[in-house]
Ligand binder design. Structure first.
Ligand code: GRG
Length: 313
């Protein structure tokens, strides 16, 4: 089997930020998500020190909106929960939550809860189970879950469960591995996994493994490296990960590497990007690949970081 080209991936991540690169341009509007993907990968590979922590923290805080309490995807961009979670996660990596006005950030997130328990992503009101997960994950990392109506939040997520055992973006929405991660993660964080039929959902999830060993996100779709994370993390949370052929999956991920210049792509021979590099390495972490730190499947952060947050409290 091919080996993980860890050094090349580290080099790729620290150079991808070059202002004039194509990737940097197309990621301009989601730079905070990119920071979370790249920096978490560095940490998983024991190389977080390859970047200047103070510089990163300063930049993160330059995306903060003190009036609302939320973070934008880049400097001067509007706040949204998608970037607020990434900001909190990166600060967790560096153990620098102290730079936050924690109650202000938590109030921003909590203020986006709707009457039916769902969450909007920002002031414009779009509702999606992604935002339920993000709100619960952010508030939990900040030790502020008490600021929302948790029962209603759980009830909304449960109302998005389908007959096939999976979950969609809203009630009646098609089951999709990405949304399943969000809903299973939300239920795990709130201690509500009893709402899941583990065998039914586990069956749907393990059927995502394709002949090439990779995982897809829903029936009849092509495998994509990112589902290594969305599917495996969900299977781990419901204790059914042994239903996947891990060796075939690891081989699929490793075959998507650019072994010379670093980075991982969605499928073999495609162009690499920071998103797939992160989810490829994260998938390997969930399969206990040697040299990669273990990850927490619900919080999507290295386990030592999550332990530091919850054991120190
Ligand atoms: C902290 C890890 C973490 C996540 C934060 C944003 C978020 C919460 C979760 C996103 C979950 C999600 C919906 C992932 C799927 C992303 C994806 C590859 C979508 C592509 O959808 P299609 O329909 O692709 O284009 P398929 O593979 O179905 O053809």
């Amino acid at each position: 089997m091919a080996e993980l080209a860890a050094d090349q991936h580290v080099r790729y991540i620290v150079t991808v930020e070059k202002k004039d690169s194509f990737e940097s341009l197309v990621m301009e509007h989601i730079r905070l998500n990119g920071a979370y993907w790249g920096l978490t990968t560095l940490d998983l590979l024991h190389k977080l020190h390859a970047v200047d922590a103070a510089e990163v923290v300063d930049w993160i805080m330059s995306c903060y909106h003190p009036e609302s309490g939320g973070f934008g995807g880049n400097v001067g961009h509007d706040p949204h929960v998608l970037y607020t979670l990434s900001a909190v996660q990166v600060l967790c990596l560096f153990d620098r939550l102290d730079v936050l006005d924690i109650d202000k950030v938590a109030d921003y997130v909590a203020g986006l809860q709707n009457e039916d328990g769902s969450f909007s992503g920002d002031i414009w009101g779009e509702v999606d189970t992604r935002f339920s997960y993000i709100a619960l994950c952010t508030l939990s990392l900040l030790h502020r879950l008490h600021k929302i109506n948790m029962q209603k939040a759980v009830d909304f997520v449960v109302s998005c469960k389908n007959l096939d055992g999976g979950f969609g973006a809203m009630p009646g929405g098609e089951s999709h591995a990405g949304q399943i991660f969000c809903c299973v993660g939300a239920l795990a964080i709130t201690g509500s996994l009893h709402h899941i039929d583990r065998d039914l959902l586990g069956w749907w999830l393990c059927e995502r493994q394709c002949k090439d060993g990779g995982l897809n996100g829903r029936p009849e779709k092509l495998a994509d490296v990112c589902y290594s994370w969305w599917v495996l993390s969900s299977l781990i949370m419901i204790d059914r990960v042994h239903w996947i052929d891990k060796e075939k999956l690891a081989k699929f991920i490793l075959n998507c590497q650019d072994k010379e210049n670093g980075g991982i792509s969605d499928r073999p021979d495609n162009a690499v990007d920071i998103y797939h590099t992160y989810f490829g390495v994260a998938g390997l972490s969930l399969m206990e690949y040697p040299g990669v730190k273990p990850m927490d499947p619900a919080y999507a952060l290295p386990l030592d970081v999550v332990n530091r947050i919850f054991l120190r409290k």
